[in-house]
Design a protein around this ligand. Sequence first.
Ligand code: FES
Length: 172
Amino acid sequence: MNSETMVRETPSLTAIDAIAHKHNVQPGAMIPILQEIQEAYGYVPPVAIQRIAENTGVPVSELYGIVTFYSQFRLQPLGKNHVKVCHGTACHLGGAERIAHSIEQVTGAKEGETSKDGLFTVERVACLGCCSLSPCITVNDQVHGQISPEATHKLMSQIKESEGVVESVKVG
Ligand code: FES
């Protein structure tokens, strides 16, 4: 199941138990269990960590240690639009920092954060595998190559607009 489509589902203890039991509730199977939970919900909910700890005897602190150590895991639900900003060598040289800044200006989310309105999760990645198009970002896995900070600003604004968010204009 695609994690991007599962973001809004509420974690249930039954489903979490089922995933843990699939892996025989083995303390050595923490990574595959956590991966499957993230696949199901788009992130690793605190309730899941608590439940796995109860079922396996692995301390909560150890589970948090795993989730925070590996960048593949998220502790927050994904926003509606998942933006990945490439900071690989080609994209870095092409101005990735300025692109990330443009995204933050429009969405209010820094890399590693989800915007307060839940519309955007911004992730910093090492290489998107399309270096010839650098600098590039993806939005919900769609590549936007050779993108400038200005075009990024416009793209983020368009997404917000399409989501029905109207920028407030100060009067007076
Ligand atoms: S360095 Fe950005 S896609 Fe490879």
